[in-house]
Write a protein that binds this ligand. Structure first.
Ligand code: AMP
Ligand code: ZN
Length: 113
């Protein structure tokens, strides 16, 4: 498992920084965002360090389909019937933590985007 010593989310995966984990398996970790921007705000990450969507290659196809299919399951486990998924890519995309993550936002009806 590649772990980047300076990466906040690698530290969460390694258990070096606490997080409110709601789901994990061999490849993925899901936990509550520390500064929620909706009633429910989760982050879903690959355990392996991948910077963002720009960092993906075709060899990640299985991981990415697994992640995508888990999003609605994790949302449902948290009682969400509808939700919004966001992933920010790069500085220009508003990314602040450079370990790929998918935001799941929900809980109340969200405003249109
Ligand atoms: P982004 O702007 O897409 O890179 O989002 C980074 C997200 O990580 C923000 O929503 C932060 O609130 C969240 N975040 C930062 N530090 C932590 C932490 N220690 N535990 C959980 N979420 C965090
Ligand atoms: Zn990382």
């Amino acid at each position: 498992m590649s772990s980047h010593t300076d990466c906040l989310f690698c530290k969460i995966v390694a258990g070096e920084i606490p997080a409110k984990v709601v789901y994990q398996d061999e490849q993925l970790l899901a936990f509550h965002d520390i500064a929620p921007k909706a009633e429910t705000h989760l982050l879903v990450i690959p355990k392996r360090h991948i910077e963002n969507l720009n960092d993906l290659s075709h060899s990640d196809a299985e991981l990415m389909s697994h992640l995508m299919l888990k999003l609605p399951e994790i949302a449902a486990q948290q009682g969400l019937t509808g939700f919004r998924t966001i992933t920010n890519t790069g500085v220009e995309g508003g990314q602040e933590v450079f370990h790929m993550h998918f935001h799941i936002l929900g809980g109340k009806r969200l405003p249109g985007f």
